[in-house]
Design a protein around this ligand. Structure first.
Ligand code: CP
Length: 306
């Protein structure tokens, strides 16, 4: 198999285990390319890609841009803050205007869950979801699983813990789908009102005790508290959250097990993770960022060959 089963990457829920394995195999080749002195290949020389971001981003936006440049694509960047969206233009009109300038592919981040899927029903170009509200963040899940694969080998029967603000997290949902498709067991841990009631119906374990959960897992993926998505108060204070669910060296010493520490970023140092843990040898946070470029190169390449 040398093509993805779908024309778009809208979410991990919609793709197969074989798609994920093809993305990983292709990313491995591109990881070799980006570590060469000359990091560029001509694969997407005739392709124009629009990066359309309606929400803030550092990692995802830069990573996509670098991936596109490494593949020799032409790129245009759209920032909603300085666009005619502020004059009342709809999402479909905005994107159709960009496509009229002969754009082949759209990478989009949007605050509304389902925005990428909605767009895919209205335009012909390939669409990659770079995060749609609290729904999915497929490229983050793929780079997370790829990083775990590098460290742990096959993820079959590996135990992966996701800690923190599960209810507001697109990273959590995409990770759950991806890890389960690769055969891993997933557990979530956090304050009860930050864990959605439906999560167990996805085959995910729930446990509210951090130390017990850390002792159970092979790797822990720590999530940021998404204050920008919280209208209500879900816990008394960040200090209290940090005392109960923050990962520090003391708790890792107590469990006395060499687990892998992951974080999709951006990190709130001193809240969900201490600087000592974030910068330790157990942390693979910067490996995740490095792998993000190779994973995104693989997805762009495979979608354009589709
Ligand atoms: N992990 C992630 O999506 O980071 P950004 O919001 O900076 O893109």
């Amino acid at each position: 198999m040398s093509a993805l089963s779908s024309k778009h990457l809208l979410g991990i829920k919609d793709i197969s285990k074989e798609d994920i394995q093809l993305i990983f195999k292709t990313a491995e080749n591109f990881k070799e390319v980006i570590n060469r002195p000359i990091k560029k290949v001509p694969s997407l020389r005739d392709i124009t890609i629009a990066n359309i971001f309606f929400e803030n981003s550092t990692r995802t936006k830069i990573s996509f841009e670098l991936a596109e440049k490494r593949l020799s694509a032409d790129i245009v960047n759209f920032n909603s803050g300085t666009s005619s969206v502020n004059k009342g233009e709809t999402l479909v009109d905005t994107v159709n205007n960009i496509l009229a300038m002969k754009v082949d592919m759209v990478v989009m981040r949007h605050p509304a869950p389902g925005a990428a899927k909605f767009l895919s029903r209205h335009i012909d170009a390939n669409i990659i979801n770079a995060g749609d509200g609290t729904h999915e963040h497929p490229t983050q899940a793929l780079l997370d699983a790829y990083t775990l694969n590098e460290k742990l080998g096959s993820l079959k029967d590996k135990k992966i813990l996701i800690v923190g603000d599960i209810i507001h997290s697109r990273v959590a949902l995409s990770n759950i789908y991806c890890l389960q498709k690769l055969g891993a067991h997933v557990r979530v841990c956090g304050p009860p009102n930050l864990i959605p009631k439906y999560i167990e119906s996805l085959g995910v374990e729930v446990n509210y005790n951090l130390e017990e959960s850390l002792a159970w897992c092979d790797a822990a993926n720590l999530l940021r508290i998404q204050l920008e998505r919280q209208d209500d108060k879900y816990f008394p204070s960040l200090r209290e959250y940090s005392l109960q669910y923050g990962i520090n060296q003391e708790v890792l010493d107590r469990i006395n097990k060499d687990i892998i520490i992951m974080h999709p970023g951006p990190i709130n140092r001193g809240v969900e993770i201490t600087s000592q843990v974030a910068d330790s040898n157990q942390s693979v946070i910067l490996n995740q960022v490095e792998n993000g470029v190779a994973i995104r190169m693989a997805i762009l390449y495979l979608l354009t060959s589709n």
